[in-house]
Ligand binder design. Structure first.
Ligand code: PGA
Length: 250
């Protein structure tokens, strides 16, 4: 399976000029890389302009609304993103679950709209606290809730990003052994939801304190097809270093 590296810029950088500069550097660095997919997910106002300058990397967004039109001030729909050139969208990131109080039901509506509009939906799941004994059940609920009622034919539009909340922005990533177990656990649930054949091709990514120094550890874990990168995606050299490691782990 092709490795995929997604840059989640979150609420950065502060101007369109800086965003274009950063995107250009990443795209340029990605030029000679084969066999991997690089996605840049900028904030909404930058999406279209960045899409226009990307040659090698693909365009993503960080959120989408669960309806396609109507009186929903401030929202952005999946068809709008498609018409602005986006191919991917991150859905249900823990920061949205926490700060915007997104529920599994809302996230499910977003995944449905994204997949039926032709976007690749990167569904984020992950426990807040690994010391709680029910953390596996928590992850399962997020996964089942997010994927409820998704048609089998849309399975190829789904990516799962395992991002434990305690690992995001803390400098404390998951242990590779724990990631391996989680990837197996997630895959089993995907088999139950979509059946073996359809679920087999769904990529499982890891996110949380990934850097160019530690990324190879996660990329070499069986069942992990890529990374969702926050902080390190704002530093072009760092991000390109992560992408290079992905080309080596194919
Ligand atoms: P981080 O964020 O790489 O800064 O830990 C990852 C994410 O939130 O997707």
């Amino acid at each position: 399976m092709k490795k995929i590296i997604v840059a989640n810029w979150k609420l950065n950088p502060s101007t369109i000029a800086k965003a274009i500069d950063l995107a250009r550097k990443i795209d340029h660095g990605a030029k000679k890389m084969r066999g991997i997919e690089i996605v840049i997910a900028p904030p909404f106002p930058y999406v279209r302009d960045i899409g226009k300058i990307l040659r090698r990397a693909h365009l993503g967004a960080q959120n989408v609304f669960g309806k396609n039109e109507g009186a929903f001030t401030g929202e952005v729909s999946a068809p709008m993103l498609v018409s602005c050139g986006a191919r991917y969208v991150i859905i249900g990131h823990s920061e949205r679950r926490i700060y915007a109080r997104e529920t599994n039901a809302e996230i499910n509506a977003k995944v449905k709209r994204a997949a039926s509009s032709g976007l690749f939906a990167v569904l984020c799941i992950g426990e807040r606290d690994r010391t709680k004994e029910n953390f596996l059940r928590f992850v399962k609920q997020q996964l089942l809730g997010g994927l409820k009622g998704i048609q089998k034919r849309h399975a190829k539009k789904i990516f799962i990003a395992y991002e434990p909340v305690w690992a995001i922005g803390t400098g404390k990533p998951v242990r590779p052994d724990d990631l391996r177990e989680m990837a197996i656990y997630i895959r089993r649930i995907l088999f139950d939801v979509f059946g073996r054949k359809a679920a087999h091709s769904i990529p499982v990514l890891y996110g949380g304190s990934v850097t160019s120094k530690n990324s190879a550890l996660f990329l070499n874990v069986d069942g992990v097809s890529g990374l969702l990168v926050g902080g390190a995606s704002l530093d072009p050299e760092e991000f390109i270093g992560i992408a290079k490691n992905a080309t080596k782990s194919i």
